[in-house]
Design a protein around this ligand. Structure first.
Ligand SMILES: Nc1ncnc2c1ncn2[C@@H]1O[C@H](COP(=O)(O)OP(=O)(O)OP(=O)(O)O)[C@@H](O)[C@H]1O
Length: 429
């Protein structure tokens, strides 16, 4: 009798994940020659006139050719005089690298004061973006980054000398306007990552706009996101002087490499059983499970732990040291399954994440489908052309929301009975 591990390891879901991991590596080259792919590129990095030290950094990260957003945005961003940009590109298509290369290209390493600010919506994303800056800029002499995030409070009277500040809006605003840790008049580049929430969501927008208002008039403004619903886009156009614009059509928003399914569940207990069936068969790669509330995430992680599953739980009420440790351990593969809320919906880039499970569909405060958050959540898989799987566990009372989702994006989400191994067979077709 094969033991549980053998059974799981041979499970169809694992075969699909293993195959998609293999296919993905061959996939990028193919996609970068496909004009309909968001990774399509006609230029090489050399043709983007980047500094040699930056080229060295890019190649050391395994990047061979720029993605579509990188080859389109960078010439605009690096032009002289500097131009402002509002850019939209699908999740996982290299937006971070685009604005990081912009900041690294603009910094004057002879000046020991902050020249670039990059605002991220969450503590985890600020940490991740800072790490990309340090990695991409590691061959550039004199590049240093400081993290304006909760838990990092410089001593009173400190004068920040680091050239790039990455942080969350509230902390950056305190550093710049209240504590006056640096001269905001000397900022040359201002990046808003996940810009639609940064200017659209109460809390973020107040702080982001107050920082923006303190910037010098010639400061270059770069706004990036995978989603810009109309009101956010119009507001962005109002606050960014004379921007270049890169915008997606609605039908371009969903990525073909992320296969989306749903499993119909009578109630929360049935969702739990469906989830366990899936997690039991995932022994390779990693999965992120999204819950709509911290309460559900806490309940789910306790249930799964008591059933012997090793899971990590990350949500906003944890202290920053815990959050940093949890996301790092997940990134290092020490935990296969991360249970979380929307705090990890945007930007988080963990290469081995092949499966996204929406234990709850993302809904707005009015109980309507939150289309943007859905796109960002499933975008945690399928990064840079890799194959990804997204499975939605849907209770009867939420089926209309799933139908709204299909209609909104013009897609068909296939039904999957996670309890039926033959159905899982279909995943491997
Ligand atoms: N030109 C490139 N060649 C190969 N890999 C790349 C390239 N640009 C970015 N990547 C990799 O692709 C992954 C996704 O990149 P990134 O996180 O920048 O995408 P994004 O568009 O910012 O995604 P999201 O919308 O989720 O924030 C990362 O692991 C990154 O290292």
């Amino acid at each position: 009798m094969e033991d549980v591990d053998d059974r799981a390891d041979n499970s169809l879901l694992n075969k699909l994940i293993r195959r998609s991991l293999v296919e993905s590596s061959q996939n990028v080259e193919v996609l970068q020659r496909d004009p309909t792919s968001p990774l399509y590129t006609v230029k090489s990095f050399e043709e983007l006139h980047l500094m040699p030290a930056l080229l060295k950094g890019i190649y050391s990260m395994g990047f061979n050719r720029p993605s579509k957003i990188q080859e389109t945005a960078l010439p605009m961003i690096l032009a002289d005089p500097p131009q402002n940009l509002i850019a939209q590109s699908q999740s996982g298509t290299g937006k971070t690298a685009a604005f990081v290369l912009a900041m690294l290209s603009r910094v004057d390493v002879k000046k020991n004061y902050p020249q670039c600010i990059c605002l991220s919506p969450t503590f985890e994303l600020a940490l991740q973006t800072g790490a990309v800056i340090e990695q991409m800029g590691k061959f550039c002499e004199g590049i240093d980054v400081v993290y304006a995030i909760q838990g990092n409070r410089p001593a009173k009277g400190t004068i920040i000398e680091a050239k790039i500040i990455v942080g969350t809006p509230g902390t950056v605003m305190d550093w710049c306007l209240k504590l006056k840790l640096f001269d905001v008049e000397k900022i040359a580049v201002f990046v808003l990552d996940e810009a639609d929430v940064m200017i659209g969501l109460q809390g973020y927008s107040d702080h982001s706009i107050r920082v923006k208002r303190a910037l010098p008039p010639n400061c270059q403004m770069l706004l990036f996101s995978a989603t810009f619903e109309e009101s956010a886009f119009c507001f962005a156009e109002r606050i960014v002087p004379d921007p270049n614009i890169i915008k997606l059509k609605k039908e371009e928003l969903t990525l073909k490499n992320i296969r989306q399914f749903y499993d119909f569940c009578e109630n929360r207990e049935a969702k739990y059983r469906a989830l366990i069936n899936m997690c039991r068969s995932i022994t390779i790669a990693q999965a992120i499970i999204f819950c709509q509330t911290r309460r559900t995430a806490n309940w789910l992680s306790q249930e799964m732990a008591s059933d012997g599953h090793v899971v990590a739980l990350l949500s906003g009420e944890l202290i920053t040291a815990q959050r940093a440790d949890i996301i790092q351990r997940f990134r290092d593969g020490k935990k296969k399954v991360l249970i979380t809320t929307n705090v990890c919906a945007r930007g988080i880039d963990v290469e081995q994440v092949s499966v996204i499970i929406n234990f709850d569909l993302p809904v707005t405060v009015d109980g309507l489908m939150d289309y943007e958050t859905y796109l960002h959540r499933i975008g945690r898989t399928g990064k840079f052309g890799k194959k990804g799987l997204a499975v939605n566990l849907v209770e009867k009372r939420f089926m209309h929301i799933l139908q709204d989702l299909e209609e909104h994006f013009g897609i068909q989400i296939t039904r999957l009975d996670t309890g039926d191994m033959d159905e899982m067979e279909m995943l491997c077709d």
